[in-house]
Design a protein around this ligand. Structure first.
Ligand SMILES: Cc1cc2nc3c(=O)[nH]c(=O)nc-3n(C[C@H](O)[C@H](O)[C@H](O)COP(=O)(O)OP(=O)(O)OC[C@H]3O[C@@H](n4cnc5c(N)ncnc54)[C@H](O)[C@@H]3O)c2cc1C
Length: 378
């Protein structure tokens, strides 16, 4: 008998899991999405390190149109005054068709969606209740439809409402203390950085990351700024206070339409009360985005879960949870350290950080353990 699997949420996590599960005929998969369509309008970028590309290649990512992705070879670090501190060679983590890749988030979602048949996805579906019936799980949706399944993968993002419903308690993420300001800009002649690589510019209290997202001169700009949580944020005055007051040569970066979002993070991951429910992606744990690994971990988690489900082990939940927890802790520590060191304000600390950065970006030993451990898994 085929095992029925319901996936709640069609973000990068849910869609990757569905694509992997679809390759095994022992599974019958359905993705349930709250929204009425997939949002493909969003042009903002995403960075994917080799750990996630090697998994995406299993479902055909290497055949994606090359014009819609980019493979930067370096990460350049800059001071607030635009002085280049040092660079990190990203190629050292690449192998054959598995390369550090940047692209539009919507390009990735479209690729993942195109691999699924229409009959693997249902839209406008939100969970009302989940109950156990003879070892299976009955899902009742708000629109009064239902499904009886063997496993549920919950991948409905950082605010995961489904998690609160299943665990029967209110589970809320917390504000990280920073907002993200994003824009897509064009690489023009007066662009201050290398448009074919990733640029990281560090200020006291904020940092900017800019990278190419295709071969059409589009660049993703994301600015992470420490900021109190307020309802109506004046993006231009935040940019002026935190960036332009420290370097007014950067005005041209902020001419296009800007959007901002508060960044939320989740508390410690927990197992579900049901053995056949698994949390995946941001619903499992949401990182502060200073290691660019949230989507990468969604993809890795989907792959781990897929392998365990294929093996048919009886202790899938514990095995999955322990593996994921270990990985999450490792990446979380690095994400927090990056967050702290990117935003230093004391001149002494900044000098020390820059000195250290120059050293460690050339140290094989350090790079292998700090980044290699993360980028070269799988
Ligand atoms: C500023 C910023 C920059 C980032 N940059 C990077 C990067 O460069 N690289 C990287 O790897 N990661 C990055 N991340 C993290 C990454 O974006 C996320 O970790 C990743 O997108 C999480 O995917 P997900 O599928 O778990 O969740 P989501 O993308 O949030 O998807 C959840 C889906 O579930 C649906 N849904 C919600 N509620 C329900 C419900 N009740 N029922 C059914 N469906 C529901 C939603 O509509 C959505 O489709 C960044 C994050 C931020 C904030």
């Amino acid at each position: 008998m085929k095992k029925k699997i319901a996936i709640i949420g069609s973000g990068i996590a849910g869609l990757t899991a569905a694509n992997l599960l679809k390759t095994n005929s022992n599974f019958e998969v359905m993705v349930y999405e709250k929204e009425s369509t997939l949002s493909l309008e969003e042009g903002y970028g995403i960075q994917l390190a080799p750990n996630s590309i090697s998994i995406l290649n299993k479902i055909g990512f290497r055949n994606i149109d090359n014009n819609n992705i980019y493979n930067p070879s370096k990460l350049n670090f800059y001071s607030a005054e635009n002085n280049k501190i040092c660079d990190l060679n990203l190629n050292r983590f690449d192998f054959e068709t598995v390369k550090y890749t940047t692209l539009k988030r919507s390009t990735l979602i479209e690729f993942l969606k195109n691999k699924l048949f229409e009959n693997h996805m249902k839209f406008g579906k939100e969970v009302k209740k989940i109950s156990r019936i003879k070892g299976k799980l009955l899902i009742n949706f708000i629109d009064n439809t239902n499904d009886l399944v063997d496993f549920i993968i919950v991948s409905d993002g950082v605010f995961s409402k489904t998690k609160s419903i299943i665990e029967n308690k209110i589970i809320k993420p917390r504000y990280s203390g920073s907002i993200a300001i994003r824009a897509v800009i064009k690489a023009s002649e007066d662009f201050n950085y290398e448009s074919q690589n990733i640029s990281l510019v560090m200020f006291p209290n904020s940092h900017i990351v800019i990278y190419p997202i295709n071969k059409k001169n589009d660049l993703n700009l994301v600015c992470i700024v420490r900021q109190k949580l307020v309802k109506n944020i004046d993006i231009q005055s935040v940019i002026k206070k935190e960036i332009l007051n420290k370097n007014n040569n950067l005005e041209s970066l902020f001419q296009s339409s800007l959007n901002s979002w508060p960044i939320y993070v989740t508390n410690k991951p927990t197992k579900s009360i049901y053995e056949n429910v698994f949390y995946l992606g941001d619903a499992f744990y949401t990182f502060i985005p200073t290691m660019a690994q949230g989507a990468g971990q969604s993809i890795e988690g989907a792959n781990e879960l897929f392998n365990l489900l294929c093996e048919g082990s009886e202790k899938i939940q514990s095995l999955y949870f322990e593996k994921r927890l270990k990985r999450t802790k490792l990446i979380n520590t690095r994400s927090k350290l990056n967050y702290f060191s990117f935003h230093l304000s004391s001149p002494f600390m900044i000098r020390t950080r820059n000195f250290m950065l120059k050293k460690i970006t050339k140290s094989e030993k350090f790079l292998n353990s700090y980044l290699g451990n993360i980028y070269q898994k799988n």
